[in-house]
Design a protein around this ligand. Structure first.
Ligand SMILES: O=P(O)(O)OC[C@H]1O[C@H](OP(=O)(O)OP(=O)(O)O)[C@H](O)[C@@H]1O
Ligand SMILES: O=c1cc[nH]c(=O)[nH]1
Ligand SMILES: [Mg+2]
Length: 210
């Protein structure tokens, strides 16, 4: 397994993901589980954030205590499905700045089309965490990260729920500097670019569209 890839094999993550994969799982349950898993994956994707110390006073004494270094991190959601990760992440990192990259895959070419871009300032001075539940061909995530790098981002991580081997390989080719944190590496993509076994279209399942 490439060392830029972390698969979070925690039993709670795997249990929740299994329920999300089931075709009979209703939208409300799917959305709730996505939120819960986002917090467990967030634990892993933030593991190597830089720390510094600051002087504080406890009821007993003064101490140099650890605190996150530098500017507040930026969470970047790839619309729409990335928003399923956002609320849970913001519960854990309420001081994070938030950006959005609107991308939608063309169903024929599987190439992502951009329809929105709004990100926090000074990306070059922030840890940037890009979130999207699905990494299929990897073209959407790679395109989003291209845009973020054009806007100065240097210290980037990508957090996904389910990835295909094709997507992991594409990300590694285009952005070998970006670590990936995922819950599962599935078997393959089908002829329509869907991850198999996968969970279907994450955006549609989250929002009850289709
Ligand atoms: O790795 P790729 O082959 O690019 O596919 C993955 C992308 O497809 C899905 O979004 P989609 O285009 O369905 O948009 P949506 O979130 O609005 O449904 C998913 O959330 C990713 O962004
Ligand atoms: O399986 C897939 C592939 C792309 N996007 C999804 O939401 N699901
Ligand atoms: Mg979709």
């Amino acid at each position: 397994m490439p060392d830029h890839l972390t698969i979070v094999d925690h039993p709670l993550v795997q249990h929740k993901l299994t329920v999300m994969r089931e075709v009979a799982t209703p939208t409300a349950t799917f959305r709730q589980l996505l939120r819960e898993i986002s917090q467990l994956l967030a634990f892993e994707v933030t593991r190597d954030l830089d720390l510094t110390t600051r002087q504080i006073e406890t009821p007993l004494c003064e101490m140099q205590a650890p605190t996150l270094a530098g500017r507040d991190p930026a969470l970047i959601s790839i619309l729409r499905a990335g928003n399923g990760f956002l609320d849970g992440m913001l519960d854990l990192i309420p001081f994070a700045r938030v950006g959005f990259v609107g991308l939608q895959r063309d169903e024929e070419t599987l190439e992502p089309m951009q329809y929105y871009f709004k990100v926090p300032d000074r990306l070059d001075e922030r840890a940037v965490i890009v979130v999207d539940p699905m990494l299929a061909t990897g073209h959407s995530s790679a395109a989003a990260i291209d845009l973020l790098k054009q806007n100065g981002a240097k210290n980037i991580r990508l957090m996904c729920l389910v990835a295909a081997p094709e997507g992991v390989a594409h990300m590694h080719e285009k952005h070998p500097d970006v670590p990936l944190v995922i819950a599962a590496l599935d078997d393959h993509l089908n002829e329509k670019g869907y991850i198999v076994p996968g969970l279907g279209d994450a955006g549609d399942r989250m929002f009850g569209t289709k």
